[in-house]
Design a protein around this ligand. Sequence first.
Ligand SMILES: [Zn+2]
Length: 157
Amino acid sequence: MLENNYLIINKKARAFSEIKIAGRTAVFLDDDGRPVDYGVLPLGDSLYAMMSCDRVRLLMMVTDRQGAHDVIGVFWKDGADYEKECPMLGSVAGMKIYRQDLRIGSYARSIAEKLDEGVRIRVADAVDGSDMTGCPECGMMNPRGTPYCLECGCELE
Ligand SMILES: [Zn+2]
């Protein structure tokens, strides 16, 4: 089990202990109050989607900067921090945070890959399931109306 809160960029995790908000920017600080590497995160127009999974206290953000798409994760060790800071980041960004299941990581990466290919993806809540359809090949839940599975590429309808 991870011991700390982490900011995860390009699959590299950096421990942080506090998030400070300055305007529409979140600054992730270490124990000494210094920003961690890549810890200054604009939450403005460069964000394409935000999604979270309560079970693993993980927030995933897909960024869209001049056609480059990245996935940034925030993992909270502590439930109280998660319940406070995750919605706070959503409200600073002015975006809805879509609720996801345990496939949140691969879902976020699939969205970034599709954006790289020029395909705009409609993000939806995965946990309630009413607006999702299961892939017959791999079981991944995809937003209804998505032509191809975001996980395996199988044709859906
Ligand atoms: Zn699939």
